[in-house]
Design a protein around this ligand. Structure first.
Ligand SMILES: [Zn+2]
Length: 63
């Protein structure tokens, strides 16, 4: 289970609870952490695959 720290008392609490068991304060919902953008990664990966395929086709067409 993932943990985070309570913004009120700074103790570690579970990610999915709404009220801190240590200080009984309501915990605000989690902000959306800026994770690595999967779309951008997919575009890069697709470009890489197309490049490899194009390279293979050009290698085979030479012979
Ligand atoms: Zn707390």
């Amino acid at each position: 289970m993932k943990m985070r720290s309570c913004p009120n008392c700074e103790k570690s609490i579970s990610l999915d609870i709404e009220i801190c068991p240590h200080c009984n304060q309501q915990v605000p919902p989690l902000p959306n952490y800026p994770s690595a953008n999967p779309k951008w990664f997919m575009v890069l990966w697709g470009f890489f695959v197309i490049l490899i395929i194009a390279l293979l086709i050009s290698m085979f067409s030479v012979r």
